[in-house]
Design a protein around this ligand. Structure first.
Ligand code: SAM
Ligand code: SF4
Length: 309
């Protein structure tokens, strides 16, 4: 819903967000509403709002409410850096949010500050506690695994999920056009955590049809779970059930595709719903079977703030 962000995560926007000169304005509430309606009529049941930082939008609660009012949409998620959650989370839940993903790469205050540029670990953790008290169907934490930063942090996260019903998902660092040097220095396969999880007594759980790309590990003595997201894994793309629409209305068929295809011309007030649906179906035929990351091809993706991660 926006490509803007206030954080400066080293792998994403290390120098902070800058609006590209001449960029179109982001989709308005009514355009988002029409987009949701069209996709829901095509069978989409789950929507995730992401960014950039989606909570920077003043109308983020209204966007959730519009999604919740769309016939056919059953799950509404939000991916956020969490800095506004202590105050915002109850309003999001009331508007219809069903689940939330909060990014926390480290439970060490100084490491979190170093990765994000913000000394706000405590506010983010407070926001997660608020979410846990709201009865959302899932509270998940995203941690990008990085060599020398958090690749020895599994015990900290395990201690947390022993008492807290959170799904912590380690995401393998993905290479983009902007982060090549960091990727080469810090990329570690998330499979490196698997043996430690199995040794602790965790076992892999089966996947549901609306589930995301994580392989989830559970343990009877832990209230939470650990997920491993391995975009470089052999069969990662086989289960891909996602489409992304950028904040300016471009459809991206893959995180690492060659760019987006504009849908905005179908989102005006003139009732172009059928044309929107036809265009999405036409474009879908071109969805590639897999990305080219393992061959070193990150497509046209400069960083993930533009298409949400
Ligand atoms: N700002 C929000 C946040 O950080 O949660 C939402 C957008 S962010 C692009 C979505 C997710 O993508 C975050 O969990 C972030 O850590 C992850 N991410 C960003 N760049 C990444 C990269 N190069 N490799 C792996 N994960 C990345
Ligand atoms: Fe912002 Fe999320 Fe990118 Fe970090 S990962 S810079 S919080 S968009």
């Amino acid at each position: 819903v926006t490509d803007a962000c206030n954080f400066r995560c080293g792998y994403c926007l290390p120098n902070g967000y800058r609006l590209a000169p001449g960029a179109a304005r982001v989709l308005g509430l009514d355009e988002i509403d029409r987009l949701l309606g069209g996709f829901a009529e095509l069978g989409v049941e789950k929507v995730r709002l992401t960014g950039g930082e989606p909570t920077l939008r003043r109308d983020v609660v209204d966007i959730v409410a519009r999604a919740a009012a769309t016939p056919g949409i059953r799950q509404i998620g939000l991916t956020t850096n969490g800095y506004r959650l202590p105050t915002l989370a109850p309003r999001l839940k009331e508007a219809g949010l069903t689940q939330i993903n909060v990014s926390v790469d480290s439970l060490s205050r100084s490491t979190f500050h170093g990765v994000t540029g913000w000394d706000s670990l405590h506010a983010v953790l407070d926001g997660i506690e608020t979410c846990l008290g709201l009865g959302l169907r899932a509270v998940k934490v995203n941690a990008v695994l990085m060599r020398g930063v958090n690749d020895e942090a599994l015990p900290d996260f395990l201690a947390w999920i022993k008492r807290a019903p959170i799904s912590v998902r380690f995401i393998e660092l993905m290479r983009t056009l902007d982060n090549r040097a960091l990727f080469e220095a810090q990329h570690v396969p998330v499979s490196s955590l698997r043996d430690a999880l199995l040794a602790e007594g965790f076992t892999a759980s089966p996947r549901g049809p609306l589930d995301g790309p994580a392989v989830t590990y559970a343990h009877p003595e832990y209230r939470g779970t650990i997920g491993l997201i391995a975009p470089y894994g052999r069969d990662f793309c086989e289960s891909c059930n996602r489409l992304r629409v950028s904040s300016r209305g471009d459809l991206h068929l893959c995180l690492f595709g060659k760019g987006g295809a504009p849908l905005r011309q179908f989102l005006g007030a003139d009732g172009a719903r059928e044309s929107l649906k036809e265009e999405v179906c036409r474009l879908l035929v071109g969805k590639a079977p897999a990305h080219g990351l393992r061959a070193g091809d990150a497509g046209a993706t400069r960083n993930l703030s533009a298409i949400g991660g």
